[in-house]
Design a binder for this molecule. Structure first.
Ligand SMILES: NC(=O)c1ccc[n+]([C@@H]2O[C@H](COP(=O)([O-])OP(=O)(O)OC[C@H]3O[C@@H](n4cnc5c(N)ncnc54)[C@H](O)[C@@H]3O)[C@@H](O)[C@H]2O)c1
Length: 319
């Protein structure tokens, strides 16, 4: 299996919120020299660049992806490069180009170089007509461009698996909460920013309403889920493999603020919804992860209170 028998791993979009931690976890597991981090930009402070091989790579450049895969003996690609929901809605053309075009580039490289692929989906695939506790299988009618690109990503993954036998897997990540790299312009960024603001200012002005309930996951769990899915035997995976719902935790913005105020005396949070409220309102409150549980045994370790403690400890140490 690539990543285990000597084939190397390429991570696209490696300097982002997920890539920063996924590269670290992959290097711990397979050795630093086996994991090539890549991104379109540079960041001298990011360990993905400092602790192992790094390449500048635009995911729209299929030839360069194929070249690096051939030159380096890549067997698996974790394809994280994308524009997130809030940034994507401000620039829909670029969002379609990078999210759909980039995925096609990576899938074409997979055909040419026999790669296994991990490409994340999102809870943004669901639209307002989906049940508020979203099942694995339901109509996917997102009202954001970002959500459309994620539905397209799942369809492309299925097409390449069915038509060309490419092993493409994905998780519909919920909002991810972490402190090692900044959140990348998504609608759930408030659930990350609030911690930094609480520690620094004792105050946060949240950009969604207090009753906004969304599915969320602490980054440690997200990374563990990603590695578990990629380690699963392909025979155990059913037709949802390109976009698994996974069990996670759902809480409102007000419940999050309350959990933080139990740890930080005097913390105060106001709520001033902006355009991102509309995107949040179009998504489910919670998701049903029973298929992922059944097929590859997923369940999260972190609930709201445990995650809040970890975030505050981690951020305090960083400063
Ligand atoms: N973070 C979340 O809460 C979340 C939730 C659901 C799904 N996801 C998905 O997970 C994946 C990674 O998300 P993230 O939070 O790490 O995003 P991020 O915005 O933090 O990082 C994305 C990275 O992609 C890079 N990038 C952009 N255009 C590129 C290009 N043309 N070529 C190469 N690199 C390019 C950016 O420089 C950035 O470092 C995305 O597919 C995203 O849709 C994330």
């Amino acid at each position: 299996m690539p990543g285990l028998d000597g084939d190397k791993i390429l991570v696209t979009g490696a300097l982002g919120q997920i890539g920063t931690e996924l590269v670290e976890a992959l290097r711990d597991k397979y050795g630093a020299s086996s994991v090539i981090a890549s991104d379109i930009r540079s960041d001298e402070h990011n360990n993905a660049i400092n602790n192992g091989p790094y390449a500048t790579l635009d995911v729209l450049d299929t030839d360069s992806i194929i070249k690096i895969c051939k030159d380096e003996g890549i067997g698996t690609v974790y394809h994280l490069a994308a524009l997130l929901s809030a940034t994507g809605e401000q620039n829909p053309e670029l969002c379609r180009k990078v999210n759909v075009g980039g995925t096609i580039s990576v899938l074409e490289a997979a055909r040419e170089c026999s790669l296994r692929i991990f490409t994340p989906s999102s809870i943004a695939v669901f639209g307002p007509d989906a049940p508020k506790h979203a099942p694995q299988i339901t109509d996917l009618n997102p009202t954001t461009v970002y959500g459309e690109t994620k539905v397209k990503g799942e369809l492309l993954a299925k097409e390449y698996w069915d038509d060309y036998g490419i092993d493409v897997r994905g998780i519909r990540y919920p909002g991810l909460i972490s402190y090692k790299a900044p959140a990348g312009g998504g609608t759930t960024d408030y659930a990350v920013e609030i911690f930094e603001a609480a520690l620094k200012d004792g105050y946060y002005n949240c950009f969604v309403r207090p009753d906004t309930r969304l599915p969320m996951l602490y980054m440690d769990d997200a990374i563990r889920a990603t590695l578990m899915l990629m380690d699963a035997q392909s025979g155990t995976l059913g037709p949802s493999k390109a976009g698994y719902n996974i069990d996670c935790y759902s809480f409102t913005a007000e419940e999050l603020a309350h959990a933080i105020s139990k740890e930080i005396d005097g913390f105060k949070c106001d709520f001033s919804p902006d355009i991102r409220q509309k995107y949040a309102d179009s998504w489910p409150d919670s998701i049903d992860g029973s298929v992922a549980k059944e097929e590859w045994n997923w369940s999260p370790n972190f609930d709201l209170d445990k995650m809040v403690k970890e975030m505050l400890n981690g951020l305090s140490k960083e400063h």
